[in-house]
Design a protein around this ligand. Structure first.
Ligand SMILES: Cc1cc2nc3c(=O)[nH]c(=O)nc-3n(C[C@H](O)[C@H](O)[C@H](O)COP(=O)(O)OP(=O)(O)OC[C@H]3O[C@@H](n4cnc5c(N)ncnc54)[C@H](O)[C@@H]3O)c2cc1C
Length: 385
């Protein structure tokens, strides 16, 4: 059947939805995106896009616009809580690791989708759906109903489409909360990601928008629950108190925080089933991840490209969607597990932290490339090849 000339409705105009919309439209589909927000606006903060995600942006023909909208990271630098260097992993020669404001990535993808002929309906919230042998019937919040040729659920963490496919998931609070803040970037901060590791806590910082902003994500283990979502305000004093014994530049940076967001980190299961007749889910809707490997947006981009390519390569949806899940689910499971393990490695205490940092310092002297080489399966992957 392929996708040429087909009607496709995408629920959700985030990274996965807009990328899938352009990928499908470039292959001849007539695509409509339904986005609940009244505007595709300035929400979110920094995202890291590693080369496996960047290759999809290039293949979508948006590489030039994306490079103009993002910065390039030269290294990932691990530091202890005092700010002393533990390991510097240079990224040169391994493809482009981008640092971008989420709103800037969304703007590039939105323009790309519209240029490819995609219709984007704003203020359009999917309320519920009914699955059937011949596809889904969608009920909108305004009371309208739709019968899409193919429904692509790209509606994020709290996906309605996922809930209908596999039931409501019961996410588990990880005992970790994350603060996000943007501050004016102090002079002299290099274009690289710095990770400060302390007992039960870590803090990641990197510059955005040509070095005008510094993006800060600070993660703390604590028993107290916090809500999951991108819009919950946090208390800057509480953030400063949680990281008061961190040294290096951290104290100065946190001193400049005027506003911050706080979100609870929850472990969600990767969905067991990603498709039904006439329906597929992708991105956070299929496999929400903890943020410790910075792969949420990259997995969404990979999913989007492979969904369009696989549908195009098969005669029927059922075979295409089964093949697609067969390829994508194992990879995303591996990435989600690796992200979960990273939190443990960053938060070590006492003797275990000392031993781990000593081993990394030795690697820093002897073979700094070797540590990053362990992630070739992740960053070296090219779904567009
Ligand atoms: C507001 C916001 C801010 C974010 N900020 C950051 C950040 O600072 N750093 C970071 O690393 N990651 C951030 N993320 C998450 C990151 O963008 C995603 O993990 C990743 O890009 C995967 O993208 P996705 O398209 O699957 O999901 P998302 O990017 O979450 O996109 C889902 C989209 O679907 C829409 N939607 C949801 N439900 C419905 C519905 N019922 N009907 C219609 N539309 C619906 C949402 O409004 C959203 O636009 C943010 C996500 C959001 C929504």
């Amino acid at each position: 059947m392929g996708v040429n000339g087909r009607d496709v409705t995408v629920a959700g105009g985030g990274v996965a939805g807009l990328a899938a919309a352009r990928a499908l439209a470039l292959r001849g589909a007539r695509v409509t995106v339904l986005e609940q927000a009244p505007a595709i606006s300035e929400v979110g903060a920094g995202l890291q896009v590693s080369p496996n995600g960047g290759r999809v942006i290039d293949a979508l023909g948006l590489g030039e616009a994306f490079r103009a909208a993002s910065g390039e990271s030269a290294a990932v630098v691990l530091r202890d809580a005092a700010g002393r260097r533990v390991l510097r992993m240079a990224l040169a020669g391994r493809g482009r690791f981008a640092l971008v404001h989420r709103a800037d990535l969304i703007a590039v993808l939105e323009r790309g989708a519209r240029e490819a002929g995609v219709t984007i309906e704003l203020g359009a919230r999917v309320e519920a759906l009914t699955l059937g042998e011949r596809g889904a019937t969608v009920r909108m919040a305004d009371g309208g109903a739709l019968r899409p040729g193919l429904l692509v659920g790209a509606d994020g963490l709290h996906s309605r489409v996922r809930a209908e496919l596999v039931g409501e998931a019961r996410p588990r609070f990880t005992g970790q909360v994350a603060w996000r803040a943007l501050i004016p970037c102090p002079e002299g901060v290099a274009s690289e990601a710095q990770v400060f590791m302390g007992p039960g806590r870590h803090l990641v910082a990197y510059p955005l928008r040509g070095g005008r902003l510094l993006n800060i994500v600070a993660v703390e283990e604590r028993a107290e629950w916090a809500e999951e979502g991108w819009h919950n305000a946090g208390d800057p004093d509480e953030l400063r108190a949680a990281f008061r014994d961190f040294g290096g530049s951290v104290r100065e940076w946190l001193g400049r925080v005027e506003r911050c967001m706080l979100w609870g980190l929850f472990r969600h299961p990767v969905a067991g089933r990603w498709h039904a007749p006439g329906v597929a889910i992708l991105g956070d809707a299929a496999h929400p991840t903890l943020p410790f490997l910075a792969q949420g947006a990259c997995m969404a981009l990979e999913d989007a490209w492979t969904l369009a390519a696989t549908l195009d390569a098969h005669d029927g949806d059922a075979a295409a969607l089964a093949a697609w899940q067969g390829v994508r689910r194992p990879r995303t499971l591996r990435i989600v597990d690796a992200a979960t393990a990273n939190a443990r490695n960053y938060h070590l205490r006492g003797a275990r932290a000392a031993a781990a940092h000593a081993a990394l310092r030795a690697a820093d002297r002897l073979a700094p490339g070797a540590v990053l080489g362990r992630f070739d399966w992740l960053y070296g992957h090219d779904v567009t090849a």
